[in-house]
Design a protein around this ligand. Sequence first.
Ligand code: NAP
Length: 262
Amino acid sequence: MKTALITGASRGIGAGCALAFAREGYHVGINHRSSPDDAESIAQQCRDLGVEAEVFAADVSDSSDAQAMVESFVSRFGRIDALVNNAGGALKMPAGGFIDMPVEYWDSQIALNLSAASYCTQAAARSMVAQGVRGAVINISSIHGDITWVRRKALPYSAAKGGLNMMTKALAVELIAYGINVNGIAPGLIHTKALDRYSERDLSGFNRKIPFGGGGSPEDIAELAVFLADKSRSRFIVGQTITVDGGQSIDGSIDSMLDDAF
Ligand code: NAP
């Protein structure tokens, strides 16, 4: 039986990925930092699909926590076939903008949206290589790693996701030698709790601007994550960050609206 560890899986896109992997028959690890009840509820929904599921509390932006989590996962399930680096999110730039930006804000955004994927991937790749598991790593990026939404209000988030896209390419080249595929997914606006910060009025404005006719759901991302983890279908896709955004990034006019509303 294959196994998948999904970071930040207590809700949103991560929870959608956990359920999608469970539907495919993977045993799943549900990571969270501070939402144990939500994580347990997602784990139970995975068990109801007939697989084993376990919750792993860890702050993945902390290197020792991240490494310990991957090691616990491997000792619980015996191996790791797929790692989804999903935990992340944008915090608004404090007043004063870049000129007055506190270094703690920069550090924490880079740690969560870039370094965490490195910590978890290194631990997972060590285990895969040691066991000869030809696994997969999927990094959940953002269209804003490539286009600058948040020119003003989430600069470190955009910089981190852009770095994550480059890490995906560079790591893919190194790890394909072991049969490990590294790819990324760049979502556009996906309806999760992360959007609670926007008013109904702002959201309907964004939705009107997305060529598809609205934002996506966690399942829209999760389906691609499962596909990328399945080498029988995706083995020749290496080091790519694939945009899944209903056409949002083609019509960049939404970006200044997002920035104004953030
Ligand atoms: P979300 O609903 O806010 O969920 C975030 C998840 O990450 C939660 O399970 C949260 O659990 C966990 N998490 C946060 N910090 C963590 C940490 N330090 N260690 C471990 N877990 C942590 O977010 P989402 O909208 O599903 O977004 C998921 C990913 O997609 C992020 O990387 C985000 O940047 C990306 N993305 C989202 C959108 C969108 O429109 N939603 C668009 C582009 C990209 P706790 O509550 O326990 O911390």
